[in-house]
Design a protein around this ligand. Structure first.
Ligand SMILES: O=C[C@H](O)COP(=O)(O)O
Length: 253
């Protein structure tokens, strides 16, 4: 891994201006923490400008939960990469399992979004992971290999250097069922191997985050694993205290 641990809050379709203020205020009091850990908050799109304003002190980066693969045009309801850049966004989640499931995002669409984000210089967080049925039928590695290859194979080394991978087993998202540290570590090692096969230098440096029911009380064990470089946090990122406790657990990696 290169650089500092990375912890990303994904609020999904939760939060409001009050939570933006509370989170920004709580993180502003954690100067040493935000110096040691890269912290990103991904609110719903409409709250991005409010978050960017509230985080003017620069210790917290602004992230988006999704983006259009298109640059502009008749795509009602969509947001382009350039619009995100204007809103001071630095990170964009791509291919979250909720987008894949509920919005039918295919690997091809995910690859196009990754192209759009990484060619603009923004950082993309590519989400991959198997569902319960795939894990039970021992397809975990095959599923992840397919998702990674489809998404990453068309990227240049520079684009790869703007990419972060988040392993999120679908069965662990919002269910309270966390992958054990050993289960997560095993998949992270597999992802690292695939990334280095794709591009040795970039693959060794790329950050790999774990997501799926990370809480203040299990974060330390997960982040203690050598191949886990940080976390993508859903439900527990909606409470500033819990989110800060998770960021604290990533410290010193
Ligand atoms: O993006 C975050 C993940 O989907 C994890 O969500 P969760 O922490 O609520 O399980």
């Amino acid at each position: 891994m290169s650089g500092q641990p990375l912890v990303i809050a994904n609020w999904k379709m939760n939060g409001n201006r009050q939570l933006v203020s509370e989170m920004a205020e709580a993180l502003r009091e954690q100067q040493q923490l935000t110096a040691d850990v890269n912290v990103v908050v991904c609110p719903p799109t409409i709250l991005l400008p409010a978050l960017a304003d509230a985080c003017y002190y620069d210790a917290v980066a602004v992230g988006a939960q999704d983006v259009s693969q298109h640059a502009e045009g008749a795509f009602t309801g969509e947001t382009s990469v350039n619009m995100l850049r204007e809103a001071a966004v630095e990170y964009v989640l791509v291919g979250h399992s909720e987008r894949r499931q509920m919005h039918h995002e295919t690997d091809a669409v995910v690859a196009d979004k990754l192209q759009a984000v990484t060619s603009s210089g923004l950082k993309a967080v590519l989400c991959v992971g198997e569902n319960a049925e795939q894990r039970e039928s021992e397809q975990t590695f095959a599923v992840i290999k397919q998702q990674l290859q489809q998404a990453l194979s068309g990227l240049t080394a520079t684009q790869l250097s703007h990419t972060i991978v988040a392993y999120e087993p679908v069965w662990a998202i919002g269910t309270g069922l966390t992958a054990s540290p050993q289960q997560a570590e095993q998949v992270h090692q597999f992802i690292r191997q695939l990334l280095t096969e794709l591009n040795t230098n970039v693959g060794e440096q790329m950050q790999i985050l774990y997501g799926g029911s990370v809480k203040a009380d299990n974060a330390e064990q997960l982040f203690a694993q050598p191949s886990i470089d940080g976390g993508l946090i859903g439900g527990a990122s909606l409470k500033p205290d819990a989110f800060i406790a998770i960021c604290q657990a990533a410290r010193g990696k």
